[in-house]
Design a protein around this ligand. Sequence first.
Ligand SMILES: [Zn+2]
Length: 287
Amino acid sequence: MGWWMTRPLGKGGALAGAAICVLAAGAVLFAFAGRSGAAAQSSLTVNLPPPVSDRIYGAPEARGRPIVVIDAGHGGRDPGAISVSGEVSEKDLTLALARELRDDLLKDGRVRVAMTRNDDRYLTLDQRAAVARRLNAGMFVSLHIDSAPNPLARGATVYSLSDVASDAEAARLAESENRGSADDASDGSVEAMLSDLAMQSQMSASADLAARLVNKSAGRFELRPNPHRFAAFHVLRRADAPAVLFEAGYISNADDEVLLRSPEQRTKIAHALAQAIETDIAARAHR
Ligand SMILES: [Zn+2]
């Protein structure tokens, strides 16, 4: 977690600072417990989530293969959208789908996998993208579930990075998904980080990936009309790799909720995503 401490002390920095204080307090308690046993043990109830991990999943034979970072959207105090039944939230379904996608990719062994989270924790968008940058990932796939005031809206959409949104709805969605990065969205560091040329190539590689995702998904599960859309998602821009944001369906639609809560249905979606990811990685290796 060293990189946390090198960041300017914005909201995230303050939070990290607080976490470090709690850790330090925990260490003191722990030292104390060593000396006076049971009495201090009851004080050791601070429930600290472990720091963001850069665990890479993959068989030893997959060493050197490209790393795909799977980002389960939302988490912790940010539930994302709540389902129409009120029984489930976006953060739970994105995590379930992320695990299914990871397992599908690992079965084939063509890529290695990292996850921005594998439990119910809050991460800023930059913390998510930073995992991809630290691991020099070959791809970043952020998983979400959409929600709309129109209860009939349903189906999946794939968004790729662009500086201009494809339509008003895409722009609105990016704005709402970008809200989680309020601590670091306006510091201009994104623009400083990537030259125009690098940005152009990242955007075009992301569009290729999105097209493949749509291709492999068509006929397997419900897609929206014009399923490939574009918008300026911070989390994608900062990943510094071909990156897409996949909205698996509408949690605000009763039929989509049933489908997305079904492990069989999610496995189908994960399988289509895995095939598209593997095809895209292979295509780029031969370019
Ligand atoms: Zn979301």
